[in-house]
Write a new protein. Sequence first.
Length: 378
Amino acid sequence: MRKIFSLLAVLLLTAVVHADVKTVRVPDGGIEPQAAVDTKGVIHLIYYKGPDNAGDIFYTTSANGGETFADAVRVNSQPGSALAVGGVRGAQMALGRQGKIHVAWMGSGTAKPKAPDGTTAFLYASSNADGTFTQQKNIIAAQPGMDGGGSIAADDAGHVYIAWHAPTIKGEGEQGRLVWIAKSVDDGKTFAPEFAIRSGPVVGGCACCSLHIAVGPGGEVAGLFRQADKKVNRATNFFITDARVTKAAMIRPIAPMKSGVCIMSNFSLVRAQNAWLAAYETSGEVYLQALSRTGEETLSVSEGGKGKYPSIALNQKGQILIARAVGTGWKKGGTIAWQIFDLKGEAIADTAGEASDLPAWSYPAALAMPDGAFVVIY
């Protein structure tokens, strides 16, 4: 059940203790969870509630590993200004400096404000000191045309990054789409106009696929997105910016795939020592891979099982959990499944599991707790 598979030299740690995995349902019947754990072990969670084309985003916390959650607070200041349809357009969350919560989401058809050309906005709000959220605002300055969802990342220095893909010129097809990033240096109070991530031969972006970014050491931003070249070449691509996050230092395909249609996928990315651990879908199979800036390292590529919408978590014991959705479809729910790997990319025996009743449009959110246990919210 393995493909290539060698060790990543910078990640030679051995996990010998099996981690616990606890499953938690999204509170209040919500879907599309996004979550993070702070240094005190508090879970920060956002989720979607309402009609799939005009709903709301809620934020809550849990101080006991998901056993109970605090009263939820609505993130979007305009009711009904978010959407969930497709499973790739859900709200994204990042935990920033001094515990500030940053949330970005694709606006619904009735959401305001709009992008500059009157089309769909990419909206943003952040937490206030009193637990409420700021008035939602549009981030797109010059590159409208969102279809699939975007992503958000933040660091302890007050930087916030929001990414999406859109055509360079209005009306261009998938081959004309690029990844764009808007950057804030003041905890999201203001954002500079977006700039394109482009380098080398990579062409196009899969319109209704999502993407994912994360912040690493030295302020670099890494990301995963799906290419769309000549309408059939839909490789998963990995990029890392320079430390100033002003351009792409490197973009390279990591998983080729042929498909004449969009597969509505998303990605997950987490930092591990000197490399990035990536989870992605190719032809209905979820994969785990370790990546670096240079591409000179020996890559570890492991099969994570059939499914979509992977979410990855790395604990302090050197164990990697990948949770995924299985059996989902258009307006169709399914189940979740997971597997734990060591840092060699080897599946750890007797650590696979599954849970039923995943709602339509939803997916799992994997978390590593300070004690090494895993929590999967779905």
